[in-house]
Design a protein around this ligand. Structure first.
Ligand code: GLC
Length: 731
């Protein structure tokens, strides 16, 4: 290869592709050497091709439930199937690498991309992501696990300095990537926008070479996030193999590769070094369908994927409350349906994880399709209101393509029912139950807000108050469906309801999946992948999240201090015994399960646990067994509980039982000692708790680790600045 060809090959061709119109990127082809263009496109909720960003006509692909919903299934087999479906669809359209899964830790509920991520727990994160990776790659399509690393906010994402302790980095922010790299052989990793302790992810040698390639033995290619590279020479030398999207410089003159060629010529890039990047790229090129000459059919099996979407969406729904088994609702029930989102429902989030959909059918239509009778008067009022509001939406051209309805829910207010008391009173007499749908949009490039987003809007509060008071005065029940992107405040209103179903953004089968659970066709088995706190400011990270926490220098927000360290989610709330609205791992069912015969034994270098789960209720259902380890407290503070294994039963009929077998290793339960840059598992007596959530333990078994074990790693990525990492009050 000539120097020019080498410089070109380590940069993409821009947000375009010759082979697949509408793809978000491609690599440089060198026909004389038989090197084809490699096509990459988003994303974590299905294949995005075309649409406003590309100026190419939108290509319709299957819109899967958002990853937050996928995570709530806790079902590795199902997520593997989702991956296979995504991989097959990418292959059919000629895409070589699908840019996902995205699994940055959900550090703070206000992160605008949490809907696109999986969970607050690194153990669950890694296992779920690995299942998706294996599924996608089984179809001969590569993945790009992202965003490596610490991409936990959207505010100022391209220049923010994420200041994180070495222990929090290793135990919380890198751990899932380590597991996925070591256990599912991802073809590519996408380096991230922010600085991590002072150096941008895409230019961070400690991160990309010392840890990812030398320590974890990653043998694929690292591509940057789009326009993440400020200094191409630094990126090449740091081990970022491919600078994306490449092509014409963003807002500048010339081509991205010009800087690389200059670096090769002036010696700031050694040819021996860029040859490493070239080798990593060519290794992946050889795996691709493009290299193998497989032609796209452009005929994916969209019909088969509909079933997977519907099943995953329903399995990802979390039943948070169900007083006196109010749900499921019998078909003969006359429903008074409230909430604009019931009549304009949300299938996905905005940004690069958007999937172009031909239509989104709303929840009201889904309920009627399922055989329910909706109160005509309210249906008419809301439909009229929506028509008027749509005019506002049409004035927002920026929402034209980006998942219009998701953007919609952050633009158009809930209808004000303050003057509708008499109508509610009159119509409640003609209805059997009330269903209220609350919606929230969310998307890339901006974080969520507190007022009217994390907290209910005044109109939503009033709607729940009025409807609940009136229906309860007649002895009739009220359920709330959350068609939302993530965590929100619940405590101030949940007692006014009889049932709450967290439906997330269910993807293109939104209306059918919700009707499947409301009607009991599917028994909900989802479990929360993230804590719902009582209040936002109960969360340790709230002190440092931009806009709501510190402002270090006015509007710039040029750093975020991760002062909470490892105290994320249930690790914090359980250890300090802080009440929460709904705990990590929580989710109800229409049936009841018992946990019996807990067992734990040591086999060679593994701990093997098992427990018998029986369905002692009236309907079939699935349960998730969660194993939490409590370690002996010693030199460093450890969380009171840490998830170290989980498993979901098959669909158990009433009276059936299943022995769930799980395993973990001494390395899995290790902590990170940043003074010595090593993982360690100290000898002592540990406790293994068998739970159906992080706060509902059915059995506990002690076990002994007989000798200290430790695993040395590179002493890198310590924060440069002094970081006051939170220490919990010693009990
Ligand atoms: C975006 C996102 C990344 C996506 C890429 C290409 O800015 O951060 O997740 O894959 O650019 O669209």
């Amino acid at each position: 290869m000539t120097l020019e060809e080498k410089a070109k090959l380590v940069c993409g061709m821009g947000m375009t592709s010759k082979k697949v119109p509408g793809a978000v990127g491609s690599t440089y082809e060198i026909p004389r050497l038989g090197i084809p263009e490699i096509v990459v496109s988003d994303g974590p909720a299905g294949l995005r091709l075309g649409g406003t960003f590309s100026g190419v006509k939108a290509v319709y692909a299957t819109a899967f439930p958002i990853p937050a919903a996928m995570a709530s299934t806790w079902d590795l087999d199902l997520l593997n199937k989702v991956g296979v479906a995504m991989g097959a669809e990418s292959k059919a359209f000629g895409v070589d690498v699908l840019l996902g899964p995205a699994f940055n830790i959900k550090r703070d509920p206000l992160n605008g991309r949490n809907f696109e991520y999986l969970t607050e727990d690194p153990y669950l994160n890694g296992r779920l992501a690995a299942a998706i990776v294996k599924g996608i790659q089984s179809e001969g399509v590569g993945v790009s696990i992202k965003h490596f690393a610490v991409n936990n906010q959207e505010t100022n994402r391209m220049s923010i300095n994420e200041v994180v302790s070495e222990r929090a980095l290793r135990e919380i922010y890198l751990s899932a990537f380590e597991y996925v790299v070591k256990n599912s052989d991802p073809w590519t990793v996408m380096s991230s926008y922010p600085k991590i302790n002072g150096v941008h992810g895409a230019q961070n040698k400690y991160l990309l070479t010392d840890i990812l390639k030398n320590e974890w033995k990653f043998n694929g290619l690292v591509m940057s996030d789009w326009f993440a590279v400020k200094d191409p020479v630094a990126a090449v030398n740091a081990g970022n193999d491919l600078i994306m999207p490449g092509g014409p410089k963003w807002g500048g003159q010339g081509d991205t590769s010009d800087d690389v060629l200059a670096g090769l010529k002036n010696g700031t890039i050694k040819e021996a070094d860029i040859d490493k990047n070239i080798k990593n790229i060519l290794k992946i090129v050889l795996k691709t369908l493009s290299f193998k000459g497989e032609l796209p059919t452009n005929k994916p099996d969209l019909k088969a994927n509909v079933e997977i979407v519907r099943k995953t969406a329903a399995e990802g729904m979390v039943l948070l409350k169900n007083e006196s088994s109010f749900l499921p609702i019998p078909k003969k029930a006359r429903i008074a349906l409230f909430g604009v989102t019931a009549y304009k429902s949300i299938a996905g989030g905005t940004g690069s994880s958007n999937v172009n959909k031909p239509h989104i059918i709303d929840i009201s239509t889904g309920l009627e399709k399922a055989g329910y009778t909706l109160n005509d008067r309210f249906k008419g009022i809301y439909t009229k209101y929506m028509e008027f509001q749509n005019d506002i939406l049409d004035k927002h051209p920026e929402s034209a393509d980006w998942e219009k309805l998701s953007y919609y829910r952050t633009v158009i207010p809930e209808m004000d029912l303050s003057k509708a008391e008499s109508i509610i009173e009159c119509e409640s007499k003609k209805s059997d139950i009330a269903l209220i749908v609350i919606g929230r949009g969310s998307g890339e490039e901006s974080d969520r807000r507190l007022e009217g987003d994390f907290y209910l809007t005044p109109e939503e509060k009033l709607m729940i108050e009025k409807v609940s008071a009136q229906f309860h005065s007649l002895g009739k029940k009220v359920a709330v469906i959350l068609n939302v992107c993530g965590v929100m405040e619940m405590n101030s209103w949940k007692d006014q309801t009889d049932a709450i179903l967290l439906a997330w953004f269910p993807g293109q089968e939104c209306e059918t999946a919700i009707a499947d659970v409301i009607s009991g066709k599917v028994n909900p088995s989802g479990k929360l992948p993230m804590t719902f706190p009582v209040d936002y400011y109960d969360i340790p990270s709230s002190r440092n999240f931009p806009m709501v926490g510190h402002t270090n220098d006015g509007k710039n927000f040029n750093y975020t201090n991760y002062e909470e360290g490892i105290w994320i989610g249930y690790r914090y709330f359980n250890t300090v015994n802080q009440p929460v609205a709904y705990p990590f791992g929580y989710g109800l069912s229409y049936t009841v399960f018992s946990f019996r015969e807990p067992r734990l034994e040591r086999k060679k270098d593994k701990w093997i646990a098992s427990i018998r789960v029986a369905n002692i209720g009236e309907v079939s259902g699935k349960e998730v067994v969660q194993l939490y380890v409590s370690a002996p407290q010693n030199s460093i503070q450890k969380p009171s509980y840490e998830l170290k294994a989980f498993g979901k039963t098959r669909d158990l009929k009433p009276g059936e039982s299943e022995i769930v077998k799980l395993q973990f290793t001494d390395y899995d339960i290790a902590s990170f000692d940043e003074d010595d840059s090593r993982w360690f598992t100290s000898k002592g007596t540990y406790m293994l708790s068998f739970g159906s959530s992080s706060r509902d333990f059915k059995a506990a078994v002690p076990f002994n680790v007989n000798k200290d074990k430790s695993w040395k790693v590179h002493d890198v990525l310590k924060p440069v600045e002094k970081l006051n990492v939170m220490r919990l009050p010693v009990k």
